[in-house]
Design a protein around this ligand. Structure first.
Ligand SMILES: Nc1ncnc2c1ncn2[C@@H]1O[C@H](COP(=O)(O)OP(=O)(O)OP(=O)(O)O)[C@@H](O)[C@H]1O
Ligand SMILES: [Mg+2]
Length: 222
């Protein structure tokens, strides 16, 4: 083989694959930052109108902190470090509370009391955030009603199901739902569920739409 050609080969196949997935991850980081940035802008505007009221500045501070956490968590995922943080069992109720920050209001009905999962809490909160975000957007103009149900199995594995009473996932999307750029929503980019699947995979968990349901997503944690 011609040695100089080999030296000049700009990128190996694994390098190209890695770059492609970094591109996807960069888009997913941007996707996750959108809500935080919107809230920061809205509250900066309100803070300017009422400078004596600290509540808007506190919201800006909180959203900026969450945005930092999102960048750190998703970049750790890109570096393949997410599984390093699986050691501690985290209460699902706390993860769900974080997942709901920065989202519009919805009616949540939770059945997760006392159940913990061995997960990286920040990333796992992103996964549920994505499911709630989709349920809330699908319900518009109605207010979403979202049920989250967890089951702990013998041996320590945990199943969580998230369902909503909205219109359901369009039938033509059911096979490809978790692929990047698959969307049926005006203004959607189709990155949410791709990131949800990446987060699940980093936990050696699986995520799927439950067959025969309108919009029930099931996550099986090991
Ligand atoms: N709970 C749900 N109810 C109805 N449809 C859903 C639900 N969750 C997902 N979908 C459908 O799956 C599609 C893909 O979802 P995904 O989160 O990957 O992308 P998106 O919401 O369209 O865009 P993005 O999240 O990138 O802004 C959505 O466009 C929607 O059609
Ligand atoms: Mg989405």
């Amino acid at each position: 083989m011609d040695e100089s050609a080999e030296k000049e080969a700009p990128q190996t196949l694994p390098h190209v694959v890695r770059l492609a997935s970094l591109g996807e991850i960069a888009a997913e980081v941007a996707h996750e930052l959108r809500n935080a940035l919107q809230i920061i802008s809205a509250n900066a505007y309100l803070a300017r109108l009422t400078p004596s009221d600290p509540q808007y500045l506190l919201k800006i501070e909180r959203s900026a902190r969450l945005a930092h956490g999102i960048v750190d968590d998703v970049m750790a995922l890109a570096r393949g470090e997410a599984d390093g943080a699986l050691a501690e069992p985290a209460p699902l109720s706390e993860i769900l509370a974080t997942a709901r920050e920065l989202l519009p209001d919805a009616d949540y009905d939770d059945h997760v009391a006392g159940i913990t999962a061995r997960v990286q809490g920040g990333l796992c909160a992103r996964l549920f955030h994505i499911l709630y975000d989709n349920a809330i957007r699908a319900a518009v103009p109605a207010r979403a009603r979202i049920v989250t149900r967890a089951t702990a199995h013998e041996g320590g594995s945990v199943t969580v199901e998230v369902s909503d009473d909205g219109p359901g996932v369009p039938p033509e999307l059911r096979e490809t739902l978790f692929e990047p750029l698959v969307t049926a929503r005006p203004g959607g980019t189709g990155l949410g569920l791709a990131l949800a699947r990446r987060i699940a995979a980093a936990h050696e968990a699986t995520i799927a739409l439950v067959p025969g349901t309108n919009a029930t997503f099931r996550i099986d944690f090991v």
